[in-house]
Design a protein around this ligand. Structure first.
Ligand SMILES: Cc1ncc(COP(=O)(O)O)c(C=O)c1O
Length: 477
């Protein structure tokens, strides 16, 4: 038997962890200079990693070394300061240490009985998040794998509420045979919320969408649509929209919710925009979020904890339990003990609370405020540069941390300019100094840069500018 499959091999465990630590240290130390990505085709990655299941084992320390060496060209510097793609957070030192410890102690955070420490830590994290964002203390919630699952939790609670309005129990009896439940959102509802609505049986194509010029829902059009709907409505708001960083007017959405004759539920997707609420300077953008019925957000974005981590809040605790309650003789909880699995779809769960607890404890409220404001200042600086740079155009004002822009060239038709921008995204990624991603905004191909990494400095913004300027220059030439 080799050390890899001997369960008593404490020395092998220690050696493997030491090797993993050394790899991690070297990787983290390389982040400031490391290319943010390499060109890694599917063929190259398959050639590097694909093989049949090994018949015999390998020493655990050699296993981690081998994986890293073989996979390295496909590892992006996504926790680093120059990864501006999608909406990607980094990992603070405390968050990473907490996450490592969570793996080592391997607690099942699904039930109180399997880890009172994990359950109580999660409760504290949820409390701290409510305090950080000024949310009502009485809201209930749970940690999730990300904002998609947080959207699922909130929208499942909304479905339960709507069923109750119509006289049935959606979790117990399903939607079949009951009148359809109206779901209303802006045209810029995030794809993850749409995916959740499909999963929950509302149907992806049944979402009734209202225009959102500039990224914020058109309130008059929304009010008009609501007037056409008799029964209960689930209203999905954005805080904020992923291409522009613009917010729906959440207070106005809450007013519309309050006055809809058939009753309405307001779910807010605050995957990254909720973090504005942690800054007195930016909190006005989230005004009204505290009036939501459910709220989804991400921790692996702006909280800067490792993937995967998000959180959901629901105003009505009893309703959330009704949505996800599951009885089974072998998992019956004890009175007064909180079982997280009764609030989310999963049963066994990773102990995500530890990384979040460590991150929040290490930064504190002030640390998060400073980091969030720095990210927003970096975004504003980049947007100012875009607005003044030749051959580059800002596509929207920048209220928060997303800059949407494109490269322009006189004399080219729209189709060619779109192709130019798609090529620019590929070229910037290949250049390796900064990672940006593409999108379509107002029907035109565009480029996005999102600022939510705790490490990013003004020097990194300057490198992003250099990369964009050079690529724009060479593509225009
Ligand atoms: C507004 C919004 N909602 C939901 C999501 C999905 O989040 P996750 O990838 O964590 O599931 C994202 C991701 O970027 C987002 O920006």
């Amino acid at each position: 038997m080799n050390a890899g499959n001997d369960p008593t091999a404490g020395a092998a465990m220690a050696t493997a962890l030491t090797r993993a630590h050394a790899l991690a240290d070297a990787f983290l130390a390389s982040l400031p200079e490391r290319p943010v990505s390499h060109v890694s085709s599917p063929e190259a990655m398959r050639a590097a990693l694909d093989e049949t299941l090994p018949e015999s084992g390998t020493d655990p320390a050699d296993v981690v070394d081998e994986w890293f060496a073989r996979a390295e060209r496909g590892i992006t510097a996504s926790p680093g300061p120059r990864f501006f793609g999608f909406v990607t957070g980094g990992v603070t030192p405390a968050a990473l240490a907490g996450d490592w410890l969570a793996s080592a102690i391997d607690q099942n955070a699904g039930l109180w009985a399997s880890s009172p420490a994990a359950a109580q830590t999660e409760l504290v994290v949820l409390r701290w998040l409510k305090e950080l964002f000024g949310l009502p203390a009485e809201w209930t919630g749970a940690l999730t794998s990300g904002a998609t699952m947080a959207n699922l939790v909130g929208l499942a609670a909304a479905r339960q509420w709507a069923g109750r309005q119509l006289g049935f129990d959606a979790a117990a009896d399903g939607l079949a045979g009951h009148p359809p439940i109206a779901v209303v959102a802006s045209s810029e509802i995030h794809l993850s919320a749409v995916k959740c609505l499909g999963t929950l049986g509302f149907g992806r194509n049944q979402v009734r969408r209202v225009g959102a010029p500039g990224g914020s829902v058109d309130l008059d059009a929304l009010a008009g649509l609501l007037r056409e709907i008799d029964g209960p409505v689930i209203l999905v708001g954005n805080a904020a929209e992923v291409n522009s960083g613009h917010f729906d007017d959440l207070a106005a959405l809450a007013d519309l919710r309050d006055t809809h004759p058939g009753g309405a539920w307001l779910h807010v997707d605050g995957a990254f925009g909720l973090f504005a609420a942690a800054s007195p300077r930016l909190a006005h953008l989230c005004r009204g979020v505290e009036r939501a019925d459910s709220l989804a957000s991400d921790a692996h974005k702006w909280l800067n904890v490792p993937y995967d981590s998000g959180f959901a809040f629901v105003r009505d605790a009893a309703l959330l339990r009704e949505t996800f309650a599951a009885g089974g003789a072998y998992v019956l909880g004890s009175a007064g003990c909180w079982d997280p699995f009764t609030h989310v779809p999963e049963m066994s769960r990773r102990f995500r609370g530890l990384a979040a607890w460590c991150a929040l404890k290490a930064f504190g409220r002030a640390g998060y405020r400073v980091m969030i404001e720095r990210c927003v200042d970096n975004a504003a600086a980049f947007a100012r540069w875009v607005a003044g740079a030749p051959g580059v155009e800002l596509m929207n004002p920048v209220p928060l941390n997303i800059v949407c822009f494109r490269i322009v060239r006189a004399g080219l038709d729209n189709v060619s300019v779109d192709e130019l921008n798609r090529a620019a995204v590929r070229a910037i990624q290949q250049d390796g100094r900064a990672f940006v991603t593409g999108t379509v905004w107002n029907g035109r191909a565009a480029i996005r840069a999102a600022f939510d990494n705790w490490r990013t400095t003004a020097d990194d913004v300057a490198l992003l500018q250099d990369a964009v300027a050079e690529v724009a220059g060479s593509l225009r030439a």
